[in-house]
Design a binder for this molecule. Structure first.
Ligand SMILES: Cc1cc2nc3c(=O)[nH]c(=O)nc-3n(C[C@H](O)[C@H](O)[C@H](O)COP(=O)(O)OP(=O)(O)OC[C@H]3O[C@@H](n4cnc5c(N)ncnc54)[C@H](O)[C@@H]3O)c2cc1C
Length: 541
C-alpha cells in the first residue's frame, strides 16, 4: 500500500485533535509542532505540499535588511532571531550567504549610509552572522567581475542565509517529520464541507485525484493554513476575523549561472526597489518584483520578463545581454500580506511598504486557528504561536522541548559521514564543481540517508545518476517513491527536487532517464503520469 493510500485510509472516519487545511510552510510547521508535541494531527492540501506560494519564494532565510527602510525594527529583530535559529537548527539546509549590494547614483542611499545600516542590521541580528563591510567599486570589480561598476559609487557586503535546495523541499521536510511522529498527511485532498456541533468539527474531504466517494473525519480544532486562500475558507466556515489578506505578486527568472561565487548580488531597480541574483546550483535566479494584484493565481508575463531582464542587463557586464531565450524556467506567486480588516482600505498606501509580518488568530467560539501571512524565515515562530493557540482552545500538548524541528544530532551526522567515507561514496563522483554526494545525501535526507548507503553498497547501480544534469541518483528515486508521497510527476520534478527549475522542460522531456524515473515512482501508471504532465508520451533522444 502506498504512503498516500495509507494516509487516505487513516483520514477516513478518523478522529483528530487538529485538522490542518493547507500544506504550505505554515501548515507544515503547524503539523510538525503539534504532532511533535503529542497531538493527533491530520494535514490536507488540495494540491501538492508546498505547491502554491511556498514554491515561489526567493529561497532566502533572512532578517529583512530592506525593512529597515520602513523602520520596522521589531519585525527585523524577530526575523533575524528566527533566521539565526534556523541556521543553528539546520546547519546543512539553511546556509549563511553573503549579499553584495552595489549602489550607483540612482540608489536611494550612499554607500556609507548603507554600510551604517548593515552594521545596525548585524547588531539587530545579535552579531550571529559574518560581519558586514563597505566596498569600493574597485573591490567589487575584483571579487565579482560580472558586476558592471561603471556608474557604481561603492557597495556593501552583509550576510543572511538561503536554502541551497528549494523552498518546497524545506516545507516537505516539516511534513515528513510530522509523519514520522504519527501525523496523517495527504496531498490532493480538498476540504469540501465542514459542520460543527458540541463535539467539534465534522469534515468532508474529497480526493481530487480519484474523484471517488468523499471521506469524513472529525477534529477538535481546525487550522486554516490556506495561505492566500485563508479568507475565502474562513468565509465558508462562517468565521469573521480581525485580519485579512491582500496580495503582492513576485516573479523569478532562472538563467545560466551569472556569478562564480556562492553569493547573492543585490541591486536597486529603476523603481528603487531591491532585487537579487541568487545562486541555485549551476543556475542563477533573478528576482523579484512586487506588484499589487487582486487574484492569487498569477503567471509570469512577457512584461514581467522584459522588466527583470532590462534591470539585470543594465547592471551586469555580460558578454551579451540576456534575452527571453536564456530563461530556463520561471516562477510566480503572491505574498499573502496581512492587513487589519477594520479601517483597512489599503488603496492609498504604498504597496511595497506594507508589513511582511504574520498574525495567528484563534476563535474560541468556532475553534478555528487562522494563519495570516508569514514567511519561510518566520516558520518556527508561526509553529510556536499555532501550538499556543491550540492549547488555549483546550487541546493539551506535551512540553515544547524544541525537538519538532532541526536536523539530526551532530553525532548522527558524524556517523553518516564516517560510513560514507568508508565506502568511498564521494569517489563515485569526480566531476569538478559538483557537490560531494555525502553532503548532498545528508542534506536532503538526514537520517533517511543511511538506508541509501546500504542500497548503494548492495547494488552500485543505485549510486548512478538517473537523469543527465538533474543531480539525482537512482537510489534517491526509490526512496522518494516510498517516503515522499509523489502523486504526480510534477510533485517530484518541481517540488521534492528542483529539476524543472534548473533544466528546461524540453531537456527534461528528451532525457534518457525520464521513463525510468516515472517507472520507479509510479510503476504500471508511469505512462499515464507522463502523459498527464507532458500532454503526450515523451520519447527520449
Ligand atoms: C515572490 C515571493 C518571494 C518570497 N521570498 C521569500 C523569501 O525569500 N524568504 C521568505 O522567508 N519568504 C519569502 N516569501 C514568502 C513566503 O514564500 C510565503 O509567505 C509562504 O510561502 C506562504 O506560505 P503559506 O503556507 O501561508 O501559503 P501556501 O504556500 O500558499 O500554502 C497554502 C496551501 O493551502 C492549500 N489550500 C488552500 N485552500 C485549501 C482547501 N480548501 N483545501 C485544501 N488545501 C487548501 C493550497 O493548495 C496551498 O498549498 C516570498 C513570497 C513570494 C510570493
Amino acid at each position: 500500500m502506498t504512503l498516500r493510500a495509507t494516509a487516505l485510509e487513516e483520514l477516513d472516519e478518523g478522529s483528530f485533535d487538529a485538522v490542518i487545511v493547507g500544506g504550505g510552510i505554515n501548515g507544515a510547521v503547524a503539523a510538525a509542532v503539534l504532532a511533535g508535541r503529542g497531538a493527533s494531527v491530520a494535514l490536507i492540501d488540495r494540491g501538492d505540499f508546498g505547491g502554491f506560494t511556498s514554491q515561489a519564494s526567493s529561497n532566502l532565510v533572512w532578517g529583512g535588511f530592506k525593512y529597515l527602510e520602513s523602520y520596522e525594527f521589531l519585525l527585523v529583530r524577530k526575523l533575524c532571531v528566527s533566521r539565526n535559529r534556523l541556521i543553528k537548527a539546520y546547519p546543512d539546509n539553511v546556509k549563511s550567504i553573503g549579499f553584495l549590494a552595489t549602489l550607483d547614483k540612482s540608489s536611494p542611499f550612499p554607500p556609507w549610509l548603507a554600510a551604517l545600516g548593515s552594521l545596525a542590521y548585524w547588531a539587530i541580528g545579535s552579531f550571529k552572522t559574518h560581519w558586514p563591510r563597505l566596498l569600493r567599486p574597485k573591490t567589487i570589480e575584483k571579487i565579482e567581475p560580472v558586476v558592471d561598476t561603471t556608474g557604481a559609487r561603492g557597495g556593501i557586503e552583509y550576510y543572511d542565509a538561503y536554502l541551497p535546495d528549494n523552498d518546497s523541499r524545506f516545507v516537505f521536510s516539516f511534513i515528513r517529520s510530522a509523519m514520522d511522529v504519527g501525523a496523517t498527511a495527504a496531498n490532493y485532498v480538498e476540504l469540501t464541507e465542514a459542520t460543527r456541533n458540541d463535539n467539534g468539527w465534522h469534515l468532508t474531504l474529497q480526493d481530487t485525484e480519484d474523484g471517488g466517494t468523499p471521506r469524513t473525519c472529525t477534529a477538535k480544532v481546525l487550522i486554516n493554513a490556506a495561505g492566500p486562500f485563508v479568507d475565502p475558507l474562513n468565509r465558508e466556515l462562517g468565521l469573521q476575523t480581525d485580519h485579512r489578506i491582500v496580495f503582492s505578486k513576485g516573479i523569478h527568472l532562472v538563467v545560466p549561472r551569472l556569478a562564480g561565487e556562492e553569493r547573492v548580488l543585490a541591486f536597486f531597480d529603476d523603481t528603487q526597489r531591491l532585487f537579487y541574483v541568487i545562486p541555485m546550483g549551476r543556475r542563477s535566479v533573478i528576482g523579484t518584483t512586487d506588484t499589487r494584484v487582486e487574484n492569487p493565481e498569477t503567471t509570469v508575463t512577457d512584461e514581467d520578463r522584459d522588466f527583470l531582464l532590462k534591470q539585470i542587463n543594465a547592471r551586469l557586464d555580460l558578454e551579451r545581454p540576456l534575452t527571453r531565450a536564456d530563461v530556463i524556467a520561471d516562477r510566480s506567486g503572491v505574498r499573502p500580506l496581512v492587513v487589519k480588516r477594520e479601517g483597512s482600505d489599503q488603496t492609498d498606501v504604498d504597496w511595497t511598504k506594507l508589513s511582511r509580518k504574520h498574525e495567528v488568530e484563534a476563535s474560541r467560539e468556532k475553534r478555528i486557528v487562522s494563519i495570516f501571512g508569514g514567511k519561510l524565515t518566520d516558520c518556527l515562530n508561526v509553529g510556536e504561536e499555532v501550538a499556543e493557540a491550540v492549547e488555549d482552545l483546550g487541546v493539551p500538548l506535551e512540553k515544547d522541548k524544541g525537538t519538532w524541528y532541526g536536523e539530526p544530532a551532530k553525532a548522527t551526522r558524524a556517523e553518516f559521514y564516517r560510513q560514507a567515507r568508508l565506502m568511498k561514496l564521494d569517489l563515485l563522483r569526480d566531476k569538478a564543481g559538483v557537490e560531494p554526494l555525502t553532503d548532498r545525501l545528508w542534506r536532503r535526507y538526514g537520517r533517511r540517508a543511511f538506508q541509501m548507503l546500504d542500497a548503494i553498497d548492495q547494488d552500485p547501480a543505485m549510486g548512478e545518476d538517473i537523469m543527465e544534469n538533474a543531480d539525482y541518483l537512482r537510489v534517491e528515486l526509490h526512496l522518494a517513491a516510498r517516503t515522499e508521497m509523489v502523486t504526480k510527476l510534477e510533485d517530484f520534478l518541481r517540488r521534492r527536487s528542483k529539476i524543472t527549475q534548473v533544466i528546461s522542460d524540453d531537456e527534461v522531456r528528451r532525457s534518457a532517464g525520464l521513463r525510468e524515473v516515472a517507472e520507479i515512482l509510479f510503476g504500471d501508471a508511469a505512462d499515464t503520469k507522463l502523459v498527464e504532465y507532458f500532454g503526450d508520451l515523451p520519447v527520449s533522444t
